[in-house]
Design a protein around this ligand. Sequence first.
Ligand SMILES: C[S@@+](CC[C@H](N)C(=O)[O-])C[C@H]1O[C@@H](n2cnc3c(N)ncnc32)[C@H](O)[C@@H]1O
Ligand code: SF4
Length: 469
Amino acid sequence: MAWWSREPPTPKGFPVASPDALRGELARRMAGVQRHRLLQGFPMAPMMGPSRSGVVAPRTTDPRRPVILGVLPHTFCVPAIKGCGFCTFPHEANEASQMVPLALTIAREIAFRDPLLRNRPVRAVYFGGGTANLTSIPALAVLVGALTGHRLPDAEVTLEGVPRFFSAEQLDLLAGLGPVHLRISMGVQTFDEGWLQRMGRQHIGSPSQVEAAVALAGARGAATSIDLLINLPGQPVAAMLDDARRAVALGVDQICVYHLVLRDGLPVPWASDPAMMAVLPSNEAAFDAWRAVRGALLEAGYTQSTLTNFERAGARPFVYEPMSFAPHWCDALGFGPGAITGVNFGGPERALKWTNRATATSYLGARLSRVELVYWYEPFEEALMQLTRGLALLRVPLGQGPLAAHARVFAPELAALQEAGLVVVDAAAVTLTERGMFYADSVAGLLAWRSVTHRGAVGLNEPAELHMG
Ligand SMILES: C[S@@+](CC[C@H](N)C(=O)[O-])C[C@H]1O[C@@H](n2cnc3c(N)ncnc32)[C@H](O)[C@@H]1O
Ligand code: SF4
C-alpha cells in the first residue's frame, strides 16, 4: 500500500471531503475554463484579507535564502483594441506623466523593504506586469538606481513588453546593474496577419517588429522569450503548429505557449462576441491541440521547463520562473502597483503573501507601504502553496520544505487526481501526466479546495467560483 493511501492526518478545522465529493468537484473543475499557467499560486486574491494598516512592517528573514524581485514599473499599455481583445492582465490607459512619480514611489518601496533585501543574493529581477518596456528612460533610470548597491551576482534581468517598444537605450541602462544576464520577454501571440489585425496588434507586434526585437536582443547579448497563444476561437491546429514552427525558426531561447483563457463574463471584448464564443474549442479538443504543439516543440529540440515554457537546447536555463515556483527555498519580493510578494520569515509566524495596491492612482496615493491584501499561511497551507506552485515545474518532490512534514495531508485529493489520470504519485514525488499538465488548474484547484471551502465557510472570505489555479 502506498504511503499516501493510508489514513491521512486532517488539519484541525479543515475537514476533508469524501472520495465521491472529490471526484465530483474534480469533474466540475475539469469542465470549466482551464487557466493552466497557474500564475498566482495559492491563495488567489478573493481568499486574501485586507491589510488593516496597509503596512507589513519591515523585518528581516534568513539572509541565506535567495530572493527574486518582480518590479512592476506601472500598469499602463497602449493596445489599439481594449485588452488586445483577450487580455486578462491589468492594463490602464497610458499616463506618461505618471511614469517618473511611480518610479520614485517604487524606489521608496524598495528602500522601505531594505531589511528583506540587504546582503541577500538576488538571483533574478523581472521588470514586468504587462508592458514594462513602455517605461520612460528617466523612470527606468530611477528604478535601476534603486537596485544599484544590492547584491545581484550574475543575476538574470528581464524586461517584459510589446515587440515594438524595446530599445537599445533600455537594455544598456539595465546592463548597468552589473555583470547580469539580460533577457527580453514579449507577446507575439501569433504570426498570422488576420489574427494580429483582430487583436489590433499589427502596429505593436507585427512579425517584422518581433524580428527587430529579436535582432536587438542578439546585438546586446540578451536572451529572448516570446509568448504564443493557442486555441484562439476557431483556430485550426495546423495554424498553431505553423506559429510554433515560425517561433522555432526565429531561434528564440524560450517559447511560452498559453492556452487562451476565455469564458462568458470575462471582462474582455472577445467574451461578448457570440461569433467568437461559438467556435471556442472544447477542453478535450484544446488539450489535443496543446499536446500537438508541445510535441512539435519537443521534436524541434526544445525542453519543457514549466507548464508553459519551452527552452531551446543549449540556451542558458532561465532563472526567474523556476525560482518563482519554489517558495520553500526562495523568497519573491514584488514592487510597484499590483506586485505580489511571498516570503518566509521562519519561526512561528512563517509564510506570508501580500499584494500591493493594484492601480497606479491607488498605489501612488497610499502612504508608507502600498500593501492591500495579506495572507498568513497555516503550516499545512505552506505545504499546499509549495505543492500548487511546484506543479508548474511538472514534478514536485515530497521530501523537501513544509511538504516533508505535511504531504500525507493531501492523500485524499492526490488519490482522486491519480484515479483521474492527472498525476502519478510515489514515495518521492507528485508528477503531472501530460493530461495533468493541461488540466493543472483543476489539479491545483482540487488540492486547494479544502482550504478554500473551510475558510469560506468560517467567514474569513467569500470563496469565488473556481478561484484557485
Ligand atoms: C501581460 S502580457 C505581456 C505581453 C505584452 N504586453 C504584449 O502584449 O506583447 C503576457 C502574456 O499573457 C498572455 N495572455 C494575456 N491574456 C491571456 C488570456 N486571456 N489567456 C491566455 N493568455 C493570455 C499573452 O500571451 C501575453 O503575451
Ligand atoms: S496583451 Fe499586452 S499590450 Fe495587449 S492588453 Fe495585454 S498587456 Fe496590453
